[in-house]
Design a protein around this ligand. Structure first.
Ligand code: ADP
Length: 580
């Protein structure tokens, strides 16, 4: 019952399964203790009936007072234990699950975060775990425990009178059959609801991110209308889902309670035909109130339990994604990067088809070619942001697939177009390059990256906060900050994606100056967009449609007849699609 499939279905940790077992055990005990209370009531009633009918003397009241007191104490103690083992332990489980998800995310290939959008991941860690928490605490232990206790009680009832037992219990399996039958419906609803709610959060995020453009282009109305429609749709799906669920859950509850009527009818018939006495019917009627009660809470939440499947699947999807692991030690001989017959696809689409080239230490290797040819992909793979499908990528002779990505990345500086800046001071943003660098080292890197002159003009110099994602800085300034970071890190390998956005001449000269300092003596792989970089590169790799079309020094490629590179450089003035 509590095996691997169960653990997976509810995305529980090992400890979570143990807690659920405990919760279920305590639920069984609580239900039996409460049933014991009914037993005391039955005994009292039976003695009283004896007194009435046969004139037997009434027993001393203190016996019953003691029994009732014992029942109250026992009931209280077991309820407390049940509470602790269902609600109490679940908070630990929520924490453990979020931590294990975070740990898992930490080990996933970085490329994974490009595939799943962040709103979606946040929703899984916060929303899905919350939904599951409710099921773990309010549902699982109660439901499984109640099934066991009801089974035990059913056996006892059958021992007394099988006809009355059937009259009491027939509703339980029918109600559950109805609910399980509706399971597919509620799962579909839940999936739709999840989609709609993602649409809403994506819509909000998109609107906020693009607020400037929206205002500038006078599109507020259109965007707000679109957002409104998404919210309306979400509301509609939600109401529809609640309605369907409510219908099935209440239907099941009513069916279960029809057992009271059938018991009274059957019991009266049996009494009238002299087959049972009134006290037996009385006992069944007492029991009946307690047979259905434990299911009440679980039933109210059973729809949530079915729906939680979608949340559990989303958690499992994260647990199932292969992590990028590897050795903690990385001791390459030099830092030549070598691609050997590398094949790679993001999902289905084959992006790299047998790419081979070497980027030598101390040289600048420029990746050029039409957009979509695979240049950025090569740069990402060189840093193991994704794992390749076939072939090998080595750094100084070491296969990077065997190295822990975190360790590997200490040897890389990445200066990409989408510089990520944090809402902190200039100083701290640069210090990200090397944790623990002194203020003086940060300033030296900033000077070398030509940041100095614009930082001096900021109101608080290096201590000026730069706004969310560097909103207060220009494109060239942001790029120079990222170069300063890389200079501070001083890693032997630099991956560089030149900005396509045109910088003004002054800015461009400063960025170039900063770059030339950064690149000295390193292994440099650059996605080149400017003629100047390409001409200054030591080696060129032309990537077309995921294959290396040409490689060699700029001079060699220019000298070749019918070289793509030569045609590209000649056509560059009017070839917007080509990245040079
Ligand atoms: P380039 O840098 O030469 O423009 P890319 O390496 O960015 O080319 O892209 C190569 C191909 O891979 C393109 O067809 C692009 O659509 C696809 N691609 C790039 N990034 C992703 C991604 N994260 N998921 C799926 N496909 C991608």
């Amino acid at each position: 019952m509590f095996g691997k499939a169960f653990q997976r279905r509810y995305a529980l940790t090992d400890q979570g399964v143990k807690n659920t077992k405990r919760g279920a055990c305590w639920t069984v005990i609580v239900n039996l203790v409460v049933m014991g209370g009914m037993g005391i009531l039955y005994l009292m009633m039976a003695r009283y009936m004896d007194t009435l009918t046969q004139g037997a003397p009434l027993p001393h009241a203190w016996i019953y007072i003691l029994l009732v007191l014992a029942f109250v104490v026992l009931s209280l103690a077991t309820h407390i234990q049940q509470y602790k083992s269902t609600y109490g332990l679940v908070y630990g489980e929520v924490k453990a699950t979020r931590l294990s998800l975070a740990e898992r995310l930490r080990k996933l290939p970085l490329g994974y975060f490009g595939k799943r959008d962040l709103a979606d991941l946040t929703e899984t860690i916060m929303g899905d775990v919350n939904r599951l928490e409710h099921v773990w605490s309010h549902c699982l232990g109660y439901l499984y425990g109640s099934c066991v206790s009801t089974a035990l009680i059913a056996i006892a009832l059958f021992c007394y009178d099988w006809r009355l037992a059937i009259a009491v219990l027939w509703g339980v399996p029918v109600a559950f059959a109805l609910l399980f039958g509706s399971r597919r419906l509620s799962r579909r609803n839940s999936e739709r609801l999840k989609q709609d709610s993602l649409q809403v959060s994506d819509g909000i995020q998109e609107t906020l991110e693009n607020i400037r453009e929206i205002r500038a282009t006078n599109q507020e109305e259109r965007f707000l209308q679109a957002l409104n429609d998404k919210i309306d749709q979400h509301e509609k799906t939600n109401i529809h889902g609640e309605l369907v669920t409510g219908l099935f859950v209440n239907g099941a509850s009513v069916i279960m309670r029809l057992g009271v009527a059938t018991t009274i009818l059957t019991g009266t018939g049996l009494i009238l035909s002299g087959q049972i006495d009134f006290m037996l019917l009385f006992m069944f009627l007492l029991v009946i109130t307690r047979v259905y009660a434990p299911f009440d809470q679980a039933l109210a939440l059973i729809a949530e339990m079915f729906m939680s499947q979608v949340s559990a699947n989303r958690l499992n999807e994260i647990y199932d994604t292969p992590t990028a692991e590897g050795a903690e030690r990385f001791a390459p001989k030099g830092h030549d990067i070598e691609f050997r017959n590398v094949w790679f696809s993001y999902d289905e689409k084959q992006v790299l088809k047998g790419v081979s080239f070497t980027a030598k230490e101390g040289e600048v290797t420029a990746l050029v070619g039409p957009s979509g040819g695979g240049k950025s992909t090569c740069a990402r793979l060189a840093a193991r942001l994704w794992d390749i499908d076939q072939g090998q990528i080595t750094v100084g002779g070491v296969d990077i697939a065997t190295v822990d990505p975190e360790i590997l990345l200490t040897d890389y500086s990445m200066v990409f177009q989408d510089v990520v800046l944090f809402d902190d001071t200039v100083m701290e943003n640069i210090r990200l390059g090397r944790h623990g660098a002194t203020d003086e080292e940060v300033r030296a890197a900033a000077r070398a990256a030509n940041c100095d002159e614009f930082v001096e003009k900021l109101p608080k110099g290096y201590q000026t906060p730069i706004g969310e994602n560097g909103a207060k800085l220009s494109g060239g300034e942001r790029q120079r900050i990222s170069i300063a970071r890389a200079l501070l890190k001083n890693a032997p390998i630099v991956l560089l994606d030149e900005a396509t956005a045109s910088l003004d001449v002054e800015n461009e000269t400063r960025v170039q100056g900063a770059l030339s300092r950064l690149l000295q003596g390193k292994t440099v792989l650059v996605i080149a967009h400017r003629m100047r970089t390409v001409e200054a590169a030591d080696r060129i790799v032309v990537l077309v449609d995921g294959k290396v079309a040409e490689k060699g020094s700029p001079a060699e490629l220019m000298a070749k007849d019918r070289s793509i590179f030569r045609r590209m450089t000649q056509l560059q003035a009017d070839s917007a699609g080509w990245s040079i």
